[in-house]
Design a binder for this molecule. Structure first.
Ligand SMILES: [Fe+2]
Ligand SMILES: [Fe+2]
Length: 330
């Protein structure tokens, strides 16, 4: 049933006069920065928009384990292996917090996972790109987790209590992810000419997909307007992307490497860096399923889900046995 709700979430912004008393009270709470909790009344569209957003976010955490998990057995040192293993495990935990937050809105984790596997829900497109060399692991931590943090720090102030609280925990771990990534790429940037070349190659491939993570410009999107009014979205995609570019430029300068965009330069008038927009046609193509790894990612997720069936069955059997013996004892 939520599949339908997610699809039909309306996006028009209601004026104060168009709102019912209940809707006005709800908006008033949000305007006063009072969190909305699971048992509170909320408009259906607010619920559906949140389910879609939190669900996609949860899926991204879990699918995001795949490109990095692929390198755990090939990490160059024991220390790097331990760090990467910890990071990939953290991402599973993030998925768990977020599925649990979505469940408080009345949709089960099984249903959300089913929608993902049927291709009816999305995850972040960045994970449809391959990780081809070890430097990619550094670049993913630095750029991809770095971009995710910018989005997630803003979301700590989101209006829905369980989502906001999950973000607080997640952000603490994300900062470790970005630091370990920057540290790994720094080692390579200051290493042998071959290592430096690998680092540059990883950045060349991942820069524009990282910029795409914030989504297309939402200057004209009515949908964003409603999400901003509800504080489901805190900053516009363009604001977040600009923040990411401004943060990354001094970091790449320190590394002595280049971003693959000759258009990047400081603009005194705006007080920000100018940069070239990514190729949005590519973004929509990858979103449609035509990225280099879409098929592999879904195949691996479905396989992992099926392989885990015996664990879920065992846990359910244990829970029902416990419930039966408890009922008998009462
Ligand atoms: Fe994460
Ligand atoms: Fe992360």
């Amino acid at each position: 049933m939520y599949a339908q709700m997610i699809k039909t979430a309306r996006s028009g912004l209601k004026s104060h006069a168009e709102m019912s008393d209940q809707e006005r009270d709800f908006q008033d709470r949000i305007d006063r920065d009072i969190k909305i909790e699971p048992r509170d009344w909320m408009p259906d569209d607010y619920r559906a928009t949140l389910i879609r957003q939190i669900g996609q976010h949860a899926h991204s955490e879990v699918v995001g384990q795949l490109p990095e998990g692929n390198w755990i057995t090939r990490a160059p040192t024991l220390e790097r292996k331990a760090i990467l293993l910890a990071k990939v495990q953290d991402e599973a935990g993030h998925g768990l917090y977020l599925y649990a937050a979505a469940e408080t809105l009345g949709v089960s984790r099984d249903e959300l996972i089913g929608l993902l596997h049927e291709g009816r829900m999305k995850y972040s497109s960045i994970f449809n790109y391959p990780t081809l060399n070890w430097a990619d692991i550094g670049a993913v931590g630095w750029l991809v987790d770095g971009a995710a943090i910018i989005n997630q720090v803003a979301l700590q102030r989101t209006s829905y209590g369980p989502y906001s609280r999950a973000m607080v925990r997640i952000c603490k771990e994300e900062s470790f992810h970005a630091r370990q990534g920057y540290h790994a790429i720094m080692k390579m940037a200051f290493g042998t000419p071959q290592q430096k070349k690998m680092a540059q190659n990883a950045i060349d491939r991942l820069w524009f997909p990282a910029l795409m993570m914030f989504g297309p410009s939402d200057a004209e999107s009515v949908h964003s307007e409603q999400s901003m009014a509800w504080k489901i979205k805190i900053k516009s995609n363009d604001e977040l992307r600009q923040q990411f570019v401004d943060q990354t430029v001094p970091q790449i300068e320190y590394l002595g490497l280049d971003l693959p965009d000759p258009g990047i330069k400081w603009n005194d008038t705006t007080g920000h860096h100018d940069f070239t927009d990514p190729d949005w046609q590519e973004f929509f193509d990858v979103l449609k399923g035509n990225g280099p790894c879409n098929t592999d990612r879904m195949r691996d997720r479905v396989k992992a889900w099926e392989n885990g069936k015996w664990v879920r069955d065992g846990l359910m059997a244990h829970a029902s046995k416990k419930a039966t013996s408890q009922a008998a004892a009462e």
